[in-house]
Design a protein around this ligand. Structure first.
Ligand code: GLP
Length: 240
């Protein structure tokens, strides 16, 4: 894993967006993936600006969403699909060749999982996977204890994830499951960018970066990826 430490969130976002653009520019057809959540927000905005300014051509690039809360659709506040629609897709002046958004409200969620796998099988492997890290080290919804040999799956949310979900949306009913690309698909990506911002991520980032590779800290698996860049602000990088 290569480490880039930035002075703050803004610099991290700018550099990550530049890396995404650079990665898209090197090949013909591409399949890229972004997460939802707080961390990638400004990176996505920077990326959109570069696309709209003509700095990068995404007409041969497909997009696939990383993960979603089972029970939330793209109209639901705080869903990953809503994040992608509002901040990315609807702001692009020039569209992606194609995209796949996960419908966490699908009547048949197993069918949705199969379709996510099919999209990645058809157009993948991923050229680029941009990731955030959860407080328990999750990647997407690959929660602690996940099978590293998994493709897209539906997984019970960890207690840690349930505790932090309140920052994304208010729900009377607690959500119990996530649907996510699997570790196998993330590890097959030609390039991985792991973003981390804020002091609250410092401990888990250090574990992922230099602790043992274990499914108790899913992000530690990235130590085995030969083209993974960790981009963090100084607060998140504090314990590295
Ligand atoms: C969320 C999402 C992940 C995200 C991670 C960190 O629960 N499932 O895709 O990367 O946790 O989120 P945040 O960037 O909001 O800290």
């Amino acid at each position: 894993m290569k480490l880039i430490v930035c002075k703050d969130y803004e610099e991290m976002s700018r550099k990550a967006a530049a890396m995404v653009v650079e990665s898209i520019s090197v090949a013909e057809e591409q399949l890229i993936s972004f997460p939802g959540g707080e961390t990638p927000l400004d990176m996505v905005k920077e990326f959109v600006e570069m696309v709209n300014a003509g700095t990068v051509d995404i007409s041969r690039t497909r997009f696939v969403q990383l993960d979603e809360w089972v029970g939330l659709g793209d109209k639901d506040m705080g869903s990953c699909a809503q994040f992608i629609r509002i901040n990315l897709l609807s702001n692009l002046k020039y569209p992606f060749l194609d995209f796949f958004l996960i419908n966490g409200l699908a009547d048949d969620i197993q069918k949705e999982r199969v379709q996510l796998n099919e999209f990645i099988d058809r157009y993948g492997p991923l050229s680029l996977s941009v990731l955030g890290i959860g407080l328990n080290g999750h990647l997407g919804f690959n929660e602690d204890g996940v099978d590293f040999d998994s493709d897209a799956h539906i997984i019970p949310l960890s207690e840690t994830t349930k505790q932090v979900m309140g920052k994304y949306f208010d729900r009377e009913r607690t959500l119990e499951y996530g649907i996510t690309q699997g570790i196998k698909q993330i590890m097959a990506a030609k390039k991985v960018i792991l973003m981390a911002s804020g002091e609250h991520k410092a401990r888990i980032l250090a574990k992922a970066f230099s602790g043992p590779v274990t499914n108790a800290v899913p992000a530690s698996v990235l130590q085995r990826h030969d083209n993974c860049v960790v981009i963090a602000d100084t607060d998140a990088a504090k314990e590295l």
